[in-house]
Design a protein around this ligand. Structure first.
Ligand code: ADP
Length: 267
């Protein structure tokens, strides 16, 4: 069993809360309302994971299962060039790209290289999504001994198709069973290939929060014990977001603040 890797958000407050970053060989669930920034996180981590370990990454590539058509290459570009110059330079050196980061040709090459390492697959329905998770294992195996082994598996959104297709109380058990199988497959990829698994889950905050915990989504914890790290994302003033660690093994619960900017997630 390989050593657990830590993938940094490159936001000190968040990374500290996570004990160094998102862990490989675990599932991390990011949940929150529409527009909270869940997709921004999957995009930012798809950039960060490719960086050398000294820069907070895992020198790896990404499998990105996209169920709501949220993946945007332009966003990857903005986030990539939103990194500090020394980080960009390190990424260029790592890829043996000649030239300086101010050089347009070098920048194009760098961007292309980052995009090439994000394997995006669109899931058209829940069964297709389950299939893609099985396929992810083949891809991870294919890249295992390459320069950039798969170190991140994103599913954005994990739950949308399942929620849309399995409606009504009579379908709940069925839905849960399918989701469990799906999570099991994702977990397997993470464990076998030392990858971080990050899934998003859109929830509505609890309107009865006056008496309860507003961070507990309606419908309860549908992912159960399978997601080992649970993070709740909440909008605050302007571009500020509150990131709350709700459930994690061996880590205290905590809260951190970040901003969603044009150049990506920032402290
Ligand atoms: P979720 O996936 O949780 O529904 P998103 O990750 O799509 O939410 O986040 C959407 C929010 O991210 C927008 O409301 C906006 O505040 C911010 N955002 C997205 N793209 C940009 C950008 N290019 N520049 C600045 N902020 C952005």
């Amino acid at each position: 069993r390989e050593r657990i890797g830590k993938l940094e958000w490159l936001i000190p407050e968040v990374d500290e809360m996570l004990g160094g970053g998102v862990e490989t060989q675990s599932i991390t669930e990011v949940y929150g309302e529409f527009g909270a920034g869940k997709s921004q996180i999957t995009h930012q981590l798809s950039v960060n994971v490719q960086l050398p370990p000294e820069q907070g990454g895992l020198g790896g590539s990404v499998i990105f299962i996209d169920s709501e058509d949220t993946f945007r290459p332009e966003r990857i570009e903005e986030m990539l060039f939103g990194l500090e110059d020394d980080v960009l330079q390190a990424a260029m050196d790592q890829r043996e790209i000649e030239g300086s980061i101010d050089d347009e040709e070098a920048r194009d090459e760098l961007l292309q290289s980052f995009l090439d390492k994000i394997h995006v697959a669109k899931a058209f329905n829940s069964n297709h999504q389950i299939l893609l998770a099985e396929k992810a294992q083949e891809i991870a195996s294919e890249y295992e001994d390459s320069e950039f082994p798969v170190r991140l598996l994103c599913v954005d959104s994990l739950t949308a198709h399942f929620r849309a297709e399995y409606v009504g109380r009579g379908e709940l058990a069925n839905r849960q069973q399918k989701l469990n199988k799906h999570l099991h497959d994702l977990d397997r990829v993470g464990n076998l290939y030392n990858a971080a698994v990050v899934v998003t889950n859109q929830v509505q905050s609890n309107p009865d929060a006056f008496f309860g915990d507003p961070t507990k989504p309606i419908g309860g914890n549908i992912l159960g014990h399978k997601s080992t790290f649970r993070m709740y994302l909440r909008k605050s003033k302007g571009n500020k977001r509150i990131v709350k660690l709700v459930d994690a093994p061996n880590l205290p619960d905590g809260e951190a603040v970040m901003r969603v900017t044009g150049e990506g997630l920032k402290p």
